[in-house]
Write a protein that binds this ligand. Structure first.
Ligand code: CA
Length: 623
């Protein structure tokens, strides 16, 4: 259902080898799993009819995956972890003397209840500890680097640790309050987590040129997480007198990428993972952004303002055409396309969007615009047609300003994609002078040749960006699975920068590797209409952490997660993209991919009127 893509531009042979290795691993894994399935049966066969026993085992295998996660002694024996137990903070200011290798504590204070609030509620009293690890002077650029961090330890502790992974190119110690999703009503501290946040190894003034320092690249990619995790757990022990019972890892965007990397590299140290809008193949996505800018420039009336390629009125025309074709596929015309997979099959830009007969006037798209729109959504490609990244699904959420900001501004601006590609992801990095004109860099970037540098390494930069930024083996999560850990991934279908199609393809491969039972330990939820991490005409407010805790500690797998629109009056913060025609608290079920939400009966504004079902096989309403 998702398009095939050729990932590695550099070396198709390597890609082939890696795929065949993966296949070998898959075969090996399958053989081992079959043996594990059969062994108990064979032992029993001495006293029972062997074929009968095997049949019953096979039936078990096909049983409801949701039940098997809660079952102990099933053939696959995923352990059920026990719930965390609460404790009370034993000390705060004394933690200034906390002793851990290569770690210095720079400030400690008790934050009183109510100094910070979230969701209209005070955040409880907690101890705020700030410090740094691995301070060093770079032999490459002479800069002093350190992994800056803070931890917030609630007085009333739930017994859980939360690694808060941050977004963008890091470089900021975002307050360790544990917020990841749109208008989260309860943040991590309010839920009783001890929360860690870090700058991932460089500070704001070193952004983005930290990419010139090889170690800072690796810290940003994954090593800061590996360095901080044991320190954080040790600090928790010093503060509460014991280890955390359960450890969680969560983040959005680049933080979602950190989460997927941690699920692969550090699964032995965490019990639960929540990845929102993950920048899964981030270097490829960033290259795709530059390529996208070049496409928009073809139809922009002003290349210094790429939004002139598809301004709000014309995005509305496109969104309306998508709605006309796809809104009813979920059995309810409600301004939401809740069967995005089906929509991609029935929507056609050339056929369904009004074509301008003369000048652009905001009610149509020109043939040239349609070409560009089709190309951008089909995904970045080299001049010979090889895929660089992923396709994007058509979704009416493209009307939001956040979508436009990623497509038309971040793709050429001095904060995001050009500098990330040039300084952090390219080996060797670009000359610093590139910073002076990132628009020209983006529009002149050669995707056939320059893009190769995200796969390159050399003596100084020993790992390529694709190596240090992405999970080493994303579709083999045995460590995570076998210890009883769980992962929830959520992605908006109107994300302007990281494509949910890329995440869906990863999930498809993961599922194939685990005999269609990946949902026993990982579930992926697409959020119709949602932009990058939050926003858009969508129900973007949901308790992902709460759902994860229930799954990890109580064996309650998320068959659906209720999400709410943040309309007028929402205490988590109003989302201006919620249409006024919706109930301000409209709710919808988020369904585990590949299931989608389908209206059944009852109040169209509430989640209970919907069921999670397989994507529709039927045609669009207007066909
Ligand atoms: Ca609908």
């Amino acid at each position: 259902m998702k398009e095939e893509h050729i990932y590695n531009l550099k070396n198709e042979d390597e890609r082939g080898k890696s795929l065949s290795k993966r296949k070998n691993y898959s075969i090996l894994l399958t053989v081992v799993l079959i043996l594990m399935t059969l062994l108990p049966s064979l032992v029993m066969a001495e006293s029972e009819n062997a074929s009968k026993t095997n049949n019953s085992t096979l039936t078990n295998d096909k049983g409801n995956a949701n039940q098997s996660t809660t079952k102990s002694g099933s053939t696959d024996s995923i352990p059920q972890l026990t719930p965390a137990k609460p404790s009370t903070l034993q000390k705060c200011t004394e933690l200034a003397a906390f002793d851990f290798p290569r770690t210095s504590i720079t400030s400690v204070r008790l934050v009183p209840a109510g100094e910070v609030s979230n969701g209209g509620q005070p955040v409880g009293a907690h101890c705020l500890i700030q410090g740094k690890m691995n301070e060093r002077v770079s032999p490459v650029d002479g800069q002093t680097y350190a992994i800056g961090f803070e931890m917030r330890l609630p007085v009333d502790w739930a017994g859980r640790f939360l690694y808060q992974a941050n977004g963008g190119t890091d470089g900021v110690v975002v307050p360790a309050l544990g917020s990841f999703t749109g208008g989260q009503l309860q943040n991590g501290i309010q839920m009783g987590f001890a929360v860690l946040s870090s700058d991932a190894g460089h500070n704001g003034s070193q952004n983005p040129l930290f990419g010139l320092d090889p170690q800072a690249r690796l810290d940003y990619g994954y090593q800061a997480v590996g360095t901080l995790t044991p320190m954080a757990k040790s600090l928790i022990k010093a503060a509460y007198g014991r280890d955390p019972d359960r450890s969680y890892f969560a983040g959005g965007s680049n933080g979602g990428r950190h989460t997927m990397v941690a699920a692969s590299r550090y699964a032995d140290q965490y019990d639960g993972f929540l990845a929102v809008a993950p920048g899964f193949n981030l270097p490829k996505a960033a290259v795709a952004q530059l390529w996208g800018a070049q496409q928009w420039a073809k139809v922009a009336t002003d290349t210094k303002n790429l939004e002139t390629a598809l301004p709000p009125a014309e995005r509305q025309v496109l969104a309306q055409a998508i709605l006309n074709r796809c809104d009813g596929l979920d059995h309810l015309v409600d301004g939401m396309v809740q069967d995005p997979n089906r929509c991609q099959k029935v929507f056609n830009v050339k056929r369904d969007v009004p074509t301008c007969v003369s000048e652009r006037n905001g009610t149509c798209l020109t043939e040239a615009q349609k070409e560009v729109v089709e190309d951008v959504f089909a995904g970045a490609r080299t001049s010979s047609g090889k895929a660089i990244y992923s396709s994007f699904p058509f979704d009416p959420g493209i009307v939001q300003s956040g979508w436009a900001s990623w497509k038309f501004q971040s793709s050429v601006g001095a904060q995001r994609d050009p500098v990330a590609v040039g300084f952090i992801f390219s080996t060797p990095p670009e000359d610093k002078s590139m910073m002076n004109d990132t628009l020209s860099y983006a529009l002149n970037f050669n995707v056939d040749t320059q893009a190769q540098r995200i796969f390159e390494s050399n003596e100084l930069y020993t790992e390529s960006a694709m190596e240090f930024m992405t999970p080493p083996n994303p579709t083999h999560l045995d460590t995570l699975r076998n210890r009883g850990a769980k992962m929830i991934v959520a992605h908006g279908t109107a994300d302007g920068v990281f494509s949910p199609d890329d995440t869906a393809r990863w999930y498809d491969e993961l599922n194939a590797n685990y005999r269609n039972k990946a949902d026993e330990f990982t579930r992926y939820f697409e959020i119709p209409g949602m932009g990058h991490v939050r926003g858009g005409p969508a129900t973007d407010q949901f308790d992902g952490l709460g759902a994860l805790i229930k799954w990890v500690e109580y064996g309650e797998a998320p068959d659906r997660i209720t999400a709410t629109a943040r309309g007028v009056g929402n205490t988590g913060g109003v989302n201006p993209d919620v249409p006024s025609t919706w109930a301000p608290d409209r709710s919808r079920p988020l369904c585990p991919y590949p299931l989608v939400a389908r209206y059944t009966k009852g109040d169209p504004e509430v989640a209970s009127s919907f069921q999670c079902k397989p994507s529709s096989g039927g045609p669009g309403l207007n066909q």
